[in-house]
Design a protein around this ligand. Structure first.
Ligand code: FDA
Length: 585
């Protein structure tokens, strides 16, 4: 007999675990989240919060979304991505980042009702965790996962209560391993991985110091410092990262993974801070310092039976592109509704297999992207004549060379500009963040051909209603109040949704019948003049890729699972067939 029973046990209360708990509780599923420590993240590791993640928070409710913006640094203060000799020293170049270039800003605004922002993990985790606990999650801190065993009915997990030193067993129908980059759950579940751990060494130095005089006139999240040694280990360059504008900072500095691990003493940390900021007298209030490794490692199998892993447990990569916690939260959004529907008897267990089919390719994609971004820093060093091992005197000469009037200097300046501008693949890769299209048993294309990307798929989001893609965002207007509502707001919140237009009333009737037959709830929206939601701007007509009498069936995670471009001969039969397929019934 287990000591405790629950439906879903979640190991870890990081972004992945807390998001899973918040979503499951919002869907009315009993769940318990455990963390080996007594509290949440104690350093602000993740911070770049992309639009897709904000859509998950928006789905959790306006209170959650509003609180995120309240604590976040606004997108407007994120954008002057600076490359410099040191903060006090010469600026080498800059690029607008994170949707702050006017063209990119337009794409961001057109793609989502949400805004990218900078929300340190020390704010994101408590927000998700509080939401989870308020809505029903049983949280158990100072509880360390030790092992699990699964059988045909459920999973028995043994944890150590670190307060009493006693073991406690928890019986659950399903187990989520959201226990980070050293995941024991993934190891015990026998997940398979590709890639390599420990391809570079890095350290974080967290400190307080008012650096306004160096940065307030060029507001940014990231200040990249090109100094000798800056391309060793680490994430490509020395980094001074804003945590709170402009008095809390995190320095990321690499070390050679093949050498001994450096001891980051207060003296050493202060020295690195002074060197990167370029102020030998600078006094810092050191908050913490630690070393970590750069990984290039992803799971090729993310689940085994009743055990599902997510977050860093299945994708381990450097922070480049800011994808870690974002992808972790999005993993949770993919799995939570599936678990909820299976546990409520609304879907067959095979639905859960689609988690691996849909998220394993994402794990590979983002790990590859983040590591490639490190490599793409090389051309900046090369253009500056700063290959590894360059001494400070030579570096000054190389920096000086670019200020001359010669043809060589002009070519060098052009090479620097080109190399910096190429970094948009790390700092403004909207497509990487938004273009995820799923292929699995929970998507029915009925042979419709996937649209090819018209622009670079890493840089630009391309909306489509092709089944598998995320529902495009368009602003609609309430007929009664005129209030602006996103198409995404009509969907999600744990329910399937049907979107149609005038002439598509038969889809609405068919959806009601299918919902009754299958014992699920389906939100139905007929969009058009004098309906509840009106497409005054014509944006939805442009993006929907269906006739007014067509139909989009949208999953609870905003991904489209089926599309009829016009009214079919038997809408009830079609919706019933598709829902049975998607729900594995
Ligand atoms: P995470 O590691 O956060 O959480 C694991 C949880 O499991 C913790 O609660 C831990 O205590 C618990 N746990 C572990 N073992 C356990 C056990 N045996 N028993 C019980 N509990 C256990 N990402 C991003 O999206 N944007 C960004 O800008 C950045 N920037 C960034 C900068 C730096 C310097 C770093 C180092 C990392 C980032 N990241 C990032 C990455 C991000 O921090 C990371 O991807 C997420 O924290 C992963 O979240 P998880 O919830 O998967 O694991």
């Amino acid at each position: 007999m287990a000591d405790i029973n629950t439906d879903v046990l979640i190991i870890g209360t990081g972004p992945a675990g807390s998001a899973s708990a918040a979503l499951l509780s919002s869907y009315g599923v009993a769940n318990m989240a455990v963390n080996r420590y007594r509290w949440l993240a104690n350093t602000p590791r993740a911070h770049i919060t992309n639009q897709r993640t904000m859509e998950v928070l928006r789905d959790l409710g306006q209170d959650v979304e509003d609180e995120a913006y309240m604590f976040a640094t606004h997108q407007d203060l994120m954008g002057e991505n600076i490359f410099c000799e040191s903060l006090a020293g010469e600026e080498i170049g800059r690029m607008k980042a994170w949707g702050n270039h006017p063209l990119s800003r337009a794409e961001h605004q057109m793609s989502s009702p949400t805004k990218m922002n900078d929300l340190p993990q020390t704010f994101m985790e408590p927000l998700l965790f509080k939401t989870a606990c308020q809505r029903g999650t049983q949280a158990r801190m100072s509880t360390e996962y030790l092992r699990h065993e699964q059988d045909s009915e459920g999973v028995t997990t043994t944890c150590l209560d670190r307060l009493t030193g006693k073991e406690v067993t928890i019986r659950s129908r399903y187990l989520i391993g959201a226990d980070g980059g050293k995941s024991l759950v993934a190891e015990h579940a026998g997940l398979t991985f590709e890639g390599k751990m420990g391809v570079g060494g890095s350290m974080n130095i967290l400190f307080r110091a008012d650096l306004s005089k160096y940065v307030a006139h060029r507001p940014s999240v990231l200040y990249w410092v090109m100094q000798p040694g800056a391309d060793v280990g680490g994430i490509g360059m020395g980094l001074v990262r804003m945590v709170r504008p402009w008095n809390e900072w995190l320095i990321v500095w690499g070390y050679d993974i093949n050498g001994p691990e450096p001891e980051v003493t207060p003296e050493f940390a202060t020295g690195v801070a002074r060197q990167l900021i370029g102020d030998p007298e600078l006094e810092i209030e050191l908050l913490s310092a630690n070393v970590w490794t750069v990984n290039n490692y992803y799971a090729t199998k993310t689940a085994n039976g009743r055990v599902f892993c997510m977050g860093d447990a299945i994708h381990r990569h450097p922070p480049s592109n800011g994808l870690g916690s974002n992808t972790s939260i999005q993993d949770a959004f993919n799995l939570a509704w599936k678990l909820a529907m299976v546990l409520k008897g609304q879907a067959g267990e095979r639905l859960l297999e689609t988690y691996d089919a849909e998220r394993a390719p994402v794990a590979k994609q983002i790990v590859t992207r983040a590591n490639q971004s490190i490599a793409e820093t090389g051309p900046i060093f090369k253009a500056l004549g700063m290959a590894e091992g360059v001494d400070p005197v030579q570096m000054q000469k190389n920096l000086q060379a670019r200020t001359e009037g010669s043809a060589e200097a002009e070519a060098q300046r052009a090479a620097i500009r080109k190399a910096i501008s190429f970094k948009k693949y790390e700092f403004d890769a909207h497509g990487v963040e938004m273009n995820q299209r799923y292929r699995s048993g929970a998507v029915v294309t009925d042979g419709q051909i996937e649209p090819a990307f018209q622009m670079d798929a890493d840089l630009h989001y391309q909306p489509t209603t092709w089944p598998g893609a995320r529902l495009p965002h368009a602003w609609l207007y309430r007929h009664d109040t005129g209030a602006q509502v996103s198409t995404l707001d009509l969907c999600g919140r744990g329910h399937f949704s049907v979107l149609t237009g005038l002439g598509g009333e038969a889809w609405a009737e068919a959806a009601s019948r299918a919902a009754a037959d299958l014992g699920i709830s389906i939100a139905v929206h007929i969009i058009g003049p004098r309906q509840t939601y009106v497409d005054h701007s014509g944006e939805w007509a442009r993006l929907s890729e269906i006739h007014d009498n067509g139909c989009l069936l949208v999953r609870p995670d905003h991904h489209i699972c089926w599309r009829a471009t016009e009214l079919s001969t038997d809408p009830a039969a079609d919706l019933g067939r598709v829902l049975r397929t998607v729900l594995a019934r």
